[in-house]
Design a binder for this molecule. Structure first.
Ligand code: ATP
Length: 230
């Protein structure tokens, strides 16, 4: 579904990505792991079109995205859940969700999305800014689901959450995959991300240094030492 070929991206003269090749097949959950500053967020932002590519190409369903704006990419079904959730604090939970559907002109109903996140059900009229971090993350994911994504880009969904909530968020992401959503997941928690992923990529200073089946990466001594604290 997604084919990233020799992708480069830079901030002024500073390269953030160089020669990145990455694929995500329909229905797959692919994890992208790497240290702080490796370029994970930049890669997601370049795929969603918020950050320009400086070289290489990105194809979605065989279609070159080079001339597609971020907005057009949303309309094609590429939907990103940004790092730090970025919910609209003063707006209600319900309005945050409705904005997700508005971006793609989707007619997704609130009820199926709220059913996935029962913690949000009785808070639907509450300002999003009053929710806990875990609930805001669920809302950020729910808002993206309202756009009926074909490819969901998740940036650091477990960031700053208590261990119990981290487990809950990863279980929910695994459940989304089981329902057929195609997902590219970035998370500092490499063990948890690879545990639910089909395949993974390891990014170091803007380059892919390893890739393979998630089970193989979890057993790889290099990955264990650098990212799994073993
Ligand atoms: P983190 O987990 O800390 O978010 P990351 O792997 O997502 O890290 P990026 O945020 O993509 O990494 O950053 C990749 C590189 O680009 C880093 O060297 C970073 O300092 C640099 N960078 C990121 N955003 C900017 C920016 N707006 N301006 C200049 N340099 C940037």
């Amino acid at each position: 579904m997604l084919d990233v070929i020799a992708l480069g991206s830079r901030y002024g003269r500073i390269p953030a990505l160089a020669g990145v090749d990455l694929r995500v097949g329909r229905g797959e959950l692919v994890a992208l792991v790497g240290a702080n500053g490796a370029g994970k967020t930049t890669l997601l932002r370049t795929i969603s079109g918020v950050q320009p590519a400086s070289s290489g190409s990105i194809r979605f369903d065989g279609q070159d995205l080079a001339r597609r704006s971020a907005r057009q990419r949303v309309q094609l079904g590429i939907v990103q859940v940004p790092e730090g959730r970025q919910v609209f604090g003063p707006l209600s939970v319900e309005d945050n969700l409705l904005l997700g559907a508005f971006a793609r002109g989707s007619s997704a109903g609130l009820e199926p999305v709220l059913a996935l996140f029962p913690a949000l059900q009785n808070k639907r009229r509450q300002p999003a800014g009053t929710l806990s971090g875990g609930q805001q993350q669920m809302l950020a994911i729910g808002r993206a689901l309202m756009a009926e994504p074909r490819l969901l880009l998740l940036d650091e969904p477990s960031m700053g959450l208590a261990p119990r909530l981290v487990a809950e968020i990863f279980a929910q992401i695994a459940a989304l995959k089981m329902r057929g959503t195609t997902i590219l997941l970035v998370d500092q928690n490499a063990r948890a991300a690879l545990a639910i992923a089909d395949r993974g990529y390891v990014l170091e200073t803007g380059r892919v240094v390893l890739s393979g089946a998630a089970t193989d990466l979890l057993r790889n001594p290099q990955v264990q030492q650098a990212y799994l604290g073993m």
